[in-house]
Design a protein. Structure first.
Length: 407
């Protein structure tokens, strides 16, 4: 049984972007005023004559300023006050001066395509004062790109879970973008990126992740030009944990699924795979989504009025095109298919009850599965699933995977 794609990736929360010239804290803002000029000392030496120097990262009148790294710094003194407001409304932007008094930054990321004003004052140890201000506009959505990604920070996932980015704009400089995303594992496994077209970039090791390892993804796309005049707006470190190893093998010939955890078979479950008319894909598939209950409507996958079930229990997505492993309560009681023959429109069905509250094989497998667990289907009459149909890049040879890297 199939259903439309349900987006599972979350858009990264902390973002930042601007052109390289607006990122660095290297130029003063539009105006600066210094008081208390230095005077010569009476003992033949020359007294200090320089007042504090305030640097606002976004130059006065600039556009494309960072929504994450815009801030204020001072040399030869300490900041005494910084006020930042939204130019159009005058709404204050909360921020904080560092304990040493030498820098200030907003407490939260700024909004894209918004005009801001900053006014800052500082003094040195002798009381010399300086003021500086800047009015600038942050990078717009039209001139920036964002990548949604999976898995999320702090999660525990199965050994088959790749890191997968989908960008909201086509990337023409793939090397620049890929080189600013690094994925490493505490297991020491080599991790390589692979591009599926111009908007999707996945990372994985040659073999499944080692159980119990920690994976770190560093995203440093802030200001990176991914296409002509289009800059990244993300800067974040994401970590996730690989859980126990669980790989389940569906045999469409015997209509059974064998669940192996950490190298040991823990259960064999009767299933009903696709019918001869609608066989299930072969190959290695990764659970990308878990839904305790969902609607499955055949019209969404061009199968006319074949089915429309509003409460399919214990559904686990295996492909973007709509292959699920799910509970089935609507089977014919006089002729149950589980362990005997394929009866679905391409999904893998397990015995279940309506509402999903019973002690059933479907509930057991759902409760014992993680996002990122691997389900392998073999002996089906269908072809092998495409590597980019879901999170299923394991169906691509390692040499071909490496060939699709921009590094």
């Amino acid at each position: 049984m199939t259903t439309p794609d349900i987006a599972t990736r979350r858009t990264l929360g902390a973002c930042a972007a601007l052109m390289a010239g607006a990122l660095a804290l290297t130029a003063c803002s539009g105006s600066a005023k210094a008081g208390n000029d230095g005077k010569r000392g009476g003992s033949g030496g020359e007294a200090k004559t320089s007042a504090p120097r305030i640097v606002i990262s976004a130059k006065d009148g600039s556009t494309g300023a960072s929504i994450n790294t815009t801030g204020v710094q001072v040399s030869d003194g300490k900041l005494t006050e910084v006020k930042m407001t939204v130019a159009e409304t005058g709404q204050a932007v909360p921020g904080a001066i560092s304990p040493d008094g030498r820098s200030w930054k907003p407490k939260e990321q700024l909004e894209r395509g918004t005009k801001y004003e900053i006014a800052a004052t500082a003094k040195d140890a002798s009381g010399r004062a300086t003021a500086a201000d800047s009015t600038f506009t942050t990078v717009t959505a039209a001139n920036s790109f964002i990548g949604t990604y999976t898995p999320d920070n702090g999660t525990t996932v199965g050994v088959g879970m790749p890191v997968s980015f989908t960008f909201d704009k086509a990337i023409s400089d793939k090397k620049a973008v890929q080189s600013h995303i690094t994925v490493t594992s505490s297991s020491g496994q080599k991790v390589v990126g692979h591009w599926f077209g111009a908007q999707r970039l996945d990372f994985r090791p040659e073999e499944y992740w080692k159980a119990g390892s920690k994976v770190t993804m560093k995203i440093d796309l802030d200001g990176v030009e991914g296409a002509n005049g289009v800059y990244g707006v993300q800067k974040k470190t994401v970590t996730f944990t690989i859980g126990r190893s669980q790989v389940s093998t569906v045999d469409a010939g015997t209509q059974t699924m064998t669940v192996v955890r950490d190298g040991r078979t823990i259960r064999t479950v009767p299933i009903s795979a696709g019918s001869p008319e609608f066989p299930t894909y072969n190959g290695q598939m990764v659970i990308s989504e878990k839904l305790a209950e969902t609607r499955m409507d055949s019209r969404t996958v061009d199968l006319a009025d074949a089915y429309n079930i509003p409460d399919v229990p214990h559904a686990m997505r295996l492909t973007t095109s709509g292959t699920f492993l799910h509970g089935n309560y609507w089977y014919k009681k006089a002729n149950p298919p589980f362990g005997r023959f394929g009866s679905s429109h391409g999904c893998v069905g397990l015995l279940d009850v309506q509402g999903g509250q019973g002690d059933t094989p479907a509930k057991w497998f759902y409760d014992n599965s993680l996002i990122g667990d691997v389900v392998i289907v073999k002996n089906s009459a269908d072809s092998t699933v495409a590597p980019d149909n879901g999170l299923n890049g394991w169906n691509m040879a390692w040499s071909e995977w490496i060939a699709g890297s921009a590094d």
